[in-house]
Design a protein around this ligand. Structure first.
Ligand code: SF4
Length: 376
C-alpha cells in the first residue's frame, strides 16, 4: 500500500507568562501538570488509528513554549511518535523555542531526539519593545539562545520577528531586521502585530501608540528589499528564507497536505475533514485516548471548499498555484472556475501567469486580502 503524506503538529500549551498580544492556547502551570499533560499526549498519539497508512514529511512542536518542557518529557513524546509513525528520510522536525528557556544541554538533547530545525520566537531585538510586548526575555538572551543553537549543531534556524509594534518607528524595524539578518539564520518569519480580541493589547489599543497605516505598509514593503540584501528570498507573504531552507511544514500546509494535530486544542485536516481537539484541560487529560470524545467541530469539506482553500492558501506563496497540480486534483483548470477573476487581476497587474503557475505580483501581495476574498 502506498503511504499518504502527512504532517504532524504537537501542541505544548505552556508559557512562563502570557504576552500582552497573545491569543494562543497557552498558560503557565505546575511541573506536575506538565507531567500529566505529557502522559495524556502520549496516550493520544498511541490511540491514533491507521498510523501505518501515512509517511510523515514534517513534524512541528509548537505552543506555547515547547522548550519549557523537561527534556525527558520531550524525549518520551518523540519516542512515542517515532514508534507509531514512519518518517520520510528528509522529514523536517521543528521545535519552537523562546529565548530564556534554552540551555546547551537541552539543545544537545533535542538534536539527539531528532529535531533538525529550531524556530526561535524573538519578535524584537529592542529591550524596550520586548518589555512592551510582555516578553520574558531580553535581546541579549535571544543572542545567547541563537549561539547555543548554532553550537549544538542546528544548521536550520528560524527567527520570528514582529513589526508594527507599539511605539515602533520605521527605523526601529529596520534595525531589528538588519541585526537579525546579520546573524544569518536560514529563515526569518516577519509578521505584523495583530490585535486579537480578548488580549490586553486589544483592550488598551487606544493607548498603544501604534504606527500609522502608511508606516506599517513601508515596514512590510521594505522587509523584502532589506532581506534580499542579505541573501533571503520571500517565498510567502510573511516568510523569507535562504535558498533551500523554505519551511517544508508551512509549504505542506499551504498545499493542503493532510495534517494531524496532537494535544490540547490542536487542529487537524484528515481525509478532507477538519476537526479540533477539545480545549478543555480536564477533558483532554481524562479522554485524550478517545478520539470520538476529544475531537470537536468536525467539518467535512466539499469539493467547492477544497478548491477555495487550495487557491487562497496557494496564492500566499510567491510561487503561487500550479495549474497542473490543480488539474490533477480537481479535474479542471483554475481558469474553468475563476476565469473572470484571474483575467481581471492579470490585466491590472495584480496577478501573473508564469511557467504554469498563477501567482500574485508584488503589487498584488500588498492587497492580497482583497484579491483572495474574490476567490471565495
Ligand atoms: S510566548 Fe508565544 S505562546 Fe507564549 S504567551 Fe507569548 S506569544 Fe503566546
Amino acid at each position: 500500500m502506498k503511504k499518504k503524506e502527512l504532517e504532524l503538529y504537537v501542541h505544548i500549551p505552556f508559557c512562563a507568562r502570557k504576552c500582552e498580544y497573545c491569543d494562543f492556547l497557552s498558560f503557565s502551570c505546575s511541573d506536575g501538570a506538565k507531567v500529566s499533560y505529557t502522559d495524556a499526549l502520549i496516550r493520544e498519539i498511541d490511540s491514533f488509528p491507521d498510523a501505518d497508512h501515512y509517511r510523515v514529511i514534517s513534524a512541528f512542536f509548537g505552543g506555547g513554549t515547547p522548550s519549557l518542557l523537561e527534556s525527558h518529557s520531550m524525549r518520551m513524546i518523540m519516542n512515542e511518535i517515532k514508534s507509531r509513525f514512519c518518517f520520510s528520510d528528509k522529514a523536517e522536525i521543528t521545535l519552537e523555542a523562546n529565548p530564556g528557556t534554552l540551555t546547551a544541554e537541552k539543545l544537545e538533547a533535542y538534536r539527539r531526539m531528532g529535531f533538525n530545525r529550531i524556530s526561535i520566537g524573538c519578535q524584537s531585538l529592542s529591550d524596550v519593545e520586548l518589555r512592551r510586548l510582555g516578553r520574558i526575555h531580553t535581546a541579549e538572551e535571544f543572542h545567547e539562545s541563537f549561539s547555543l543553537a548554532r553550537n549544538a549543531g542546528f544548521d536550520n534556524i528560524n527567527v520570528d520577528l514582529m513589526s508594527a509594534l507599539p511605539g515602533q518607528t520605521y527605523g526601529d524595524w529596520e534595525r531589528n531586521l538588519r541585526e537579525t539578518a546579520r546573524l544569518a539564520p536560514e529563515h526569518i518569519s516577519a509578521y505584523s502585530l495583530i490585535l486579537e480580541e480578548g488580549t490586553p493589547f486589544y483592550e488598551k489599543q487606544a493607548d498603544l501608540d501604534l504606527p500609522d497605516e502608511e508606516t506599517e505598509r513601508l515596514m512590510y514593503e521594505k522587509t523584502h528589499d532589506i532581506l534580499e540584501e542579505y541573501g533571503y528570498h520571500q517565498y510567502e507573504i510573511s516568510n523569507y528564507a535562504k535558498e533551500g531552507y523554505e519551511c517544508r511544514h508551512n509549504i505542506g500546509y499551504w498545499k493542503r497536505v493532510p495534517y494531524q494535530g496532537f494535544g490540547l486544542g490542536a487542529s487537524s485536516l484528515l481525509n478532507e475533514e477538519r476537526f479540533t481537539n477539545t480545549s478543555d484541560w480536564k477533558e483532554y487529560l481524562s479522554d485524550s485516548d478517545k478520539p470520538d470524545i476529544i475531537r470537536k467541530n468536525p467539518e467535512k469539506l466539499e469539493r467547492k471548499d477544497q478548491i477555495e482553500e487550495y487557491m487562497i492558501l496557494g496564492l500566499r506563496m510567491n510561487q503561487g498555484v500550479s495549474e497542473r497540480d490543480f488539474l490533477e486534483r480537481f479535474r479542471c483548470s483554475p481558469g474553468d472556475i475563476y476565469h473572470d477573476v484571474i483575467e481581471k487581476y492579470v490585466n491590472t497587474g495584480f496577478m501573473q501567469r508564469i511557467d504554469g503557475h498563477i501567482s500574485l505580483t508584488r503589487k498584488g501581495i500588498s492587497v492580497s486580502n482583497i484579491i483572495m476574498a474574490d476567490f471565495v
